[in-house]
Design a binder for this molecule. Structure first.
Ligand code: MLT
Length: 410
């Protein structure tokens, strides 16, 4: 008899964005004449910048000639890309990261989901609430939690993000071995200061804990005081792993390229207390389970780090940030409390009613899709997330429709 992994049965029925897509598809089928405006999932809409397209074409052309054709590449990524990332993303900001500490992959979703394989079954895991659901669901699948009840899994430590703490949770008040942090935050758009991030690094050092730092949205930071990488913080190299992605920063959601940084001195511990290199473990896993990102995609990715590519990506991001600013301004004018949208593509709005009821109201009365905050955790109830990744026209039309139906709050 083929038995299943029973832990999958603890999962909520479907992945948040699959659930939303199903509801939107049902509405679209019933209302074929309504143009649906999507400010829900954080999926980019603008084309890849020209410098990236040129490099992508060159990569494809190289694959068409025997002299330049390439088969399997290095699983961790080509040196030309890893060196560009180390130099441009980290060393240029004073963060000590070497090219061989970078693992190129096909997505930060996969990497943040897979990394938990390196850790023991019985570690204590902390996640923020609200949270990107991948961190939670992959630990559920791995059997690190109990059952789901009242919006939470038994066995996980939830670090509450609330209006009172500006959606930047405090350090855990109970023992924890592994913590997931994401800044600029998905879903709230909140940012973390250098001082607050330093407190996390000090905490991790003191407790022999590990921080999984998701920096997929760092390119949206405009305030020069905000750290882009946890490796800008002294001491982080021993206690942190960082995840980056070109999905939102360079329009790669459909092209696929991300990278994970594991410093050589970053360690976990064996049952006998000896320290073990997490870089070595992930290297072992990566070479066993992954065969590298395709050459043309890596070639395209390297163009992101050229002066031309940088400028074009910044322009792309500026456009999304301008959308975010208009979304936030619209809700603030209507009297709603908002977070994010300034150093982030997400605007987190206190909707003043049940999150799913608000989602349904926007969909059925305005044909506008948002993401209900409760889908990111119990602390997201009463909130909705708006993504700024539409075209300016889509965003403006959505805001015009929303102004007509969303009640003003005093
Ligand atoms: C989101 O909308 O939260 C993101 O698109 C999810 C992701 O990047 O996987």
């Amino acid at each position: 008899m083929i038995r299943i992994n029973e832990h999958y049965r603890k999962l909520t029925a479907s992945y948040l964005f699959a659930d939303i897509a199903r509801r939107v598809a049902a509405y679209a089928e019933a209302n074929p004449h309504t143009r649906i405006l999507r400010l829900g999932i954080g999926d980019v809409t603008q084309p890849l910048p020209p410098a990236i397209i040129t490099a992508f074409h060159e990569g494809v052309e190289e694959m068409a000639r025997a002299e330049t054709f390439r088969g399997y590449g290095p699983e961790q990524g080509y040196a030309f890309l890893r060196e560009a990332i180390a130099r441009e993303d980290f060393q240029s900001r004073g963060a000590q990261v070497e090219a061989d500490e970078i693992f190129v992959s096909d997505g930060a979703k996969c990497d943040t989901g897979n990394i938990q394989e390196l850790f023991a079954q019985d570690i204590r895991v902390a996640v923020p609430d609200p949270v990107y659901p991948v961190y939670v669901d992959t630990n559920v699948m791995a059997g690190r939690t109990g059952a789901f009840a009242a919006g939470r899994y038994a066995g996980l430590v939830y670090l509450e993000g609330t209006k009172a703490n500006g959606f930047v949770p405090d350090l855990p008040s109970v023992p924890v071995d592994l913590v997931y942090l994401c800044y600029p935050n998905n879903p709230t758009g909140a940012i973390i200061t250098r001082e607050a991030l330093s407190r996390w690094v000090d905490w991790a050092q003191e407790h022999q804990a590990l921080i999984l730092y998701d920096a997929a949205y760092e390119a949206f930071i405009r305030d020069p005081e905000i750290p882009h990488s946890i490796f800008e913080i002294p001491g982080a190299r021993k206690v942190a792993i960082e995840f980056r992605s070109l999905s939102k920063t360079a329009g790669f959601t459909g092209t696929r390229l991300a990278y994970t940084v594991i410093p050589k001195e970053c360690v976990g511990y064996s049952a006998d207390g000896t320290s073990q290199s997490l870089h070595a473990l992930w290297h072992r896993r990566h070479t066993t389970k992954f065969n590298g990102v395709s050459y043309p995609v890596q070639k395209a990715a390297a163009a992101v780090f050229t002066p031309e590519g940088r400028a074009q990506c910044q322009a792309l991001i500026d456009g999304y940030l301008a959308n975010a600013a208009r979304i936030r301004a619209c809700f603030e004018e209507l009297g709603y409390f908002c977070v994010g949208g300034d150093n982030s593509p997400y605007v987190w709005v206190e909707c003043g009613m049940d999150s799913w009821a608000f989602f349904d109201m926007l969909l059925t009365q305005a044909g506008v899709v948002c993401t209900p905050g409760v889908g990111f955790g119990a602390c997201g109830e009463g909130y909705a997330r708006f993504s700024a990744f539409g075209s300016p026209e889509t965003v403006d039309e959505a805001l015009e429709r929303l102004r007509r139906i969303v009640p003003a709050r005093s």
